[in-house]
Design a protein around this ligand. Sequence first.
Ligand code: BJW
Length: 247
Amino acid sequence: MQFGPLPSRLSSSRSIVVLTGAGVSAESGIRTFRDSMEGLWKDFDPATLATPEAFDNDPATVTRWYDWRRLGCLAAEPNPGHTALAAFEQATVAKGGRFTLLTQNVDRLHQKAGSQNVVELHGSIIAWRCTKTGEEVTPPPQPMKEFPPRSARGGLLRPNVVWFGEMLPPAALAAADEALDTCDLFMSIGTSSVVYPAAAYIQLARANGAYTVEVNRDETSITRFVDISLRGNSGEILPELIKQLQE
Ligand code: BJW
């Protein structure tokens, strides 16, 4: 693949922000959010399950769906795209640069690959929390026994993710804003760029003068205004790009 001026841009950038979405984990076998679903869940629409209203109306179905997905995330392994981003962070930091990975993914695969400065914008499916006390728990890696599950204090447990209509964690929003303020290179990888506020981050970075890059299997709404658009699988493009940087 031809990367044009990107390798030299990446090498000379002092503060890099990477925004990732479900496409980065697709090659680890995790379905993207807007893929059709299979099996038990083929009759359910993720966009209607990922809401506080769905949980209030039918907590058993919602938590069963999330527990099924949680087990899939725990069983998944990082793919070469995750590993390349971790290596890129390490190389950037080693030469005194700044690297912030903003992820919309809830699967924790970036951390499993070794990424350090990860901001979980939409929370994590691995952690759950009590709706009564707010206490966070990490359920064991086996299927849950009751749906909806309950905490030791008797409250319903829910995944510690951000549903539509809910606020993102304030600390994650603050970390993202701070990184975007200083970033000179912004990469959007494997996201359809339709969910806010993350979808607006590329515009903020551009307004601050950052060079913008997209890596995606398909064209998206941001493709036409990024400085460089790389079309293909992130698990193939990112390792190739990082390899060129090291040559
Ligand atoms: C590959 C690939 C490969 C495949 N290689 N690429 C401003 C305007 C309009 C609306 C709003 C707005 N501000 C807020 C809203 C409301 C709402 C929103 O954005 N709605 C839109 C749908 C219009 N936002 C919110 O409610 C947020 N809260 C908020 O802003 O609070 C304040 C507020 C509330 C209400 C009103 C106003 C203000 C919260 C958003 C929470 C999103 N939560 C979810 C679920 C998380 C839990 C779970 O996992 O179940 O997060 S929704 C879902 O979408 C998930 C994802 O993180 C998120 C983004 O999806 P992503 O990652 O982009 O995945 P896909 O599947 O869409 O795309 C995959 C991409 O990969 C594709 O492009 C493929 O081509 C590509 N791909 N394989 C490279 N191998």
